[in-house]
Design a protein around this ligand. Structure first.
Ligand SMILES: [Zn+2]
Length: 479
C-alpha cells in the first residue's frame, strides 16, 4: 500500500513518490512571531507534525523544516508599539511559541527551525540572481518581482490569472503602486524607512519581503527541489504562488513537488483570525483543556475540512480521549489478574477486531492523512475491548489479545497522532487510596448483607464521576 495525498498543484489525490526512496524532505511555513499563536495557527503546527510522525511510522526518513518569520511589517509595528527591538519581539514570541506548542506535543527532535533573519545573505543572493536574469527590477531602493516575465506559469497553484489580478487591482493606489511597473508585481526587497531595522544590500539599506524568506530557507536547507511544501490554505495566494515564481525563475528547475494545505478553524462558521477578533489564543484554550484534548480536537476532522471551535466540541473531544484512556486503564488492571477461563471465543473476536482496526488505521492515514478515519478505527477497537472487559472472563489467549490491543491503541494514539494518553489513574496516590478504602468498606457492608448501604456508596461514587464494577474476586473502579 502506498500513501496518497491531495496535491494543491494538481487539485487531485496522487500517489506520493518521494524523490529519494525512503526519504522525505518537507517545508512548512511557520508563524510570524509578533504575537501569541491562536488555535487557528495551532492547526497547521499539529497537523504537519502528525504528517511527519506518520511518515516516520511508515518507515521514511523525514527531513522537516518549519521556519519562524522574524522580520516583517507586523513585527516592526509591534516592536515600535512595545518600544523594544525587532530581535526582542522575535525572541519573546518564539519562546512563547515553544512554551505553548510543547503542550500539544510537537515532536521537536530532529526538526529544523530556521529564523528568517539568519538567512538574509541567501535572500539577497537569490534576488540579485533574479535581477540578473530579468525577473526582478529595482525601483527607488525597492526590488520587485516582474510577474510579466514569468507570465506563462504564474497562477499554477492558485488558479488565478494575471489579467484578472490586474483588473482586480486597478484603481488601487499606494506608495508601492507608484514604483511598481505592474500592479501584480510583488516586493522582494524593501528599502528601509527612518528607524526601521535594516540590512545592507546592493540596493542600499533595507529588508527582505516575506515571500523570498521561505524560498531562501527551503533552498538552503532542502535544496532547490524537495518533496512536500505545506501551510494553511490562506497561504496559497499570494505567498506560495510567489514562492514558486521566485524559486523556479532563480533555479530554473522544479520547486516543491507536492503542496499540502490545511483548512481553517472557524468560530460560528466564520474563519478565526486576528483581524476579525474572533480568535482564541492557544494558551487560553490550554488553561481549560489539556494539550492532548486540543490535539485530539484538531485531528478529529480531516485536515482539508474546516473545523468549528466551540466549548461543546472541546467537551466532546475530552470525553472521547477519556473513553480511550479508561478502557486502557481497565485492561491494564485486568492484565494483572490470573486467567479464569479456558474459553477462547472472546479472545478470538478481540484479535480479529485488532487486526481489522490496524489495517483500517493505516488505510485511513494512507489516504490523504485522514486522521478522522484513523481515529474511527481506534474507536472500533476500544468498543470491542470494552465489550471484552465487561465479560469479566479472560483466558490466556484473551490476555494476549488484550495486551496487544492496548499496545496498538497506545502506539496509534500517542506515537502517530501525538495524543499522549494518560493511562495512570489520573488522581494523586492519596485519592486513589481513599477510593480503595471506600470500596473496602462497601465490601464489608455487602458481607454484612447491608445491600442498601453498598448501593448508596456506589451511587455516591457515581455522582462524583467514579464508576465501579464488581468482579468475581474484587471490585475495580475508573474515573
Ligand atoms: Zn512561507
Amino acid at each position: 500500500m502506498m500513501i496518497r495525498l491531495h496535491n494543491t498543484l494538481t487539485g487531485k489525490i496522487e500517489e506520493f513518490k518521494p524523490m529519494k526512496e525512503g526519504e522525505v524532505s518537507m517545508y512548512v511555513c511557520g508563524p510570524t512571531v509578533y504575537n501569541y499563536i491562536h488555535i487557528g495557527n495551532a492547526r497547521p503546527a499539529i497537523f504537519f507534525d502528525t504528517v511527519r510522525r506518520y511518515l516516520d511510522y511508515r518507515g521514511y526518513k523525514v527531513k522537516y523544516v518549519q521556519n519562524f518569520t522574524d522580520v516583517d511589517d507586523k513585527m516592526i509595528m509591534k516592536a515600535n508599539e512595545e518600544g523594544v527591538s525587532l530581535k526582542e519581539i522575535g525572541e519573546k514570541y518564539i519562546a512563547a511559541y515553544f512554551e505553548d506548542t510543547a503542550k500539544v506535543n510537537l515532536k521537536e527532535e530532529g526538526m529544523i527551525r530556521p529564523r528568517a533573519t539568519q538567512y538574509i545573505g541567501e535572500m539577497i543572493k537569490i534576488i540579485k540572481d533574479l535581477e540578473n536574469k530579468g525577473f526582478a527590477y529595482e525601483s527607488q531602493g525597492d526590488v520587485y518581482f516582474n510577474v510579466e516575465a514569468y507570465k506563462e506559469k504564474y497562477g499554477e497553484l492558485s488558479g488565478k490569472n494575471i489579467d484578472d489580478l490586474k483588473s482586480g487591482a486597478s484603481g488601487r493606489t499606494g506608495a508601492e503602486a507608484s514604483v511598481k511597473r505592474s500592479s501584480v508585481d510583488f516586493a522582494l526587497w524593501k528599502s528601509a524607512k527612518e528607524g526601521e531595522p535594516a540590512w545592507g544590500s546592493p540596493w542600499g539599506q533595507g529588508r527582505p519581503g516575506w515571500h523570498i524568506e521561505c524560498s531562501a530557507m527551503s533552498n538552503k536547507l532542502l535544496g532547490p527541489t524537495f518533496d512536500i511544501h505545506g501551510g494553511g490554505q490562506d497561504l496559497i495566494f499570494p505567498h506560495h504562488e510567489n514562492e514558486i515564481a521566485q524559486s523556479k525563475c532563480s533555479t530554473g528547475g522544479e520547486f516543491a513537488r507536492y503542496w499540502i494545505h490545511n483548512g481553517y478553524i472557524n468560530v460560528k462558521g466564520e474563519k478565526m483570525s486576528k483581524s476579525l477578533g474572533n480568535f482564541f489564543l492557544l494558551r487560553e484554550v490550554l488553561e481549560k483543556y489539556d494539550g492532548r484534548v486540543v490535539r485530539f480536537f484538531v485531528l478529529s476532522s480531516h485536515y482539508r475540512k474546516p473545523i468549528d471551535f466551540s466549548e461543546d466540541e472541546m467537551k466532546q473531544a475530552k470525553a472521547a480521549v477519556e473513553r480511550i484512556e479508561n478502557s486502557i486503564i481497565r485492561a491494564n488492571e485486568r492484565l494483572e489478574d490470573a486467567a479464569n477461563t479456558e474459553d477462547n471465543r472472546m479472545a478470538e473476536e478481540l484479535s480479529k477486531v485488532l487486526t481489522d482496526s490496524k489495517a483500517k488505521f493505516i488505510a485511513g492515514m494512507d489516504e490523504d492523512f485522514n486522521t478522522a478515519l484513523g481515529m474511527g478505527a481506534i474507536f472500533e477497537l476500544v468498543k470491542e475491548l470494552n465489550r471484552f472487559l465487561d465479560t469479566n472472563e479472560v483466558s490466556e489467549a484473551g490476555k494476549k489479545a488484550m495486551s496487544e490491543s492496548v499496545e496498538f491503541i497506545g502506539e496509534a494514539m500517542t506515537e502517530v497522532l501525538g495524543v499522549e494518553l494518560k493511562t495512570e489513574k489520573q488522581v494523586g496516590n492519596m485519592t486513589a487510596e481513599l477510593v480503595e478504602y471506600i470500596l473496602e468498606l462497601r465490601t464489608e457492608a455487602k458481607k454484612e448483607k447491608n445491600y442498601a448501604k453498598a448501593d448508596a456508596i456506589r451511587d455516591r461514587l457515581a455522582e462524583m464521576g467514579i464508576s465501579i464494577k464488581d468482579g468475581r474476586d474484587k471490585t475495580t473502579w475508573s474515573i
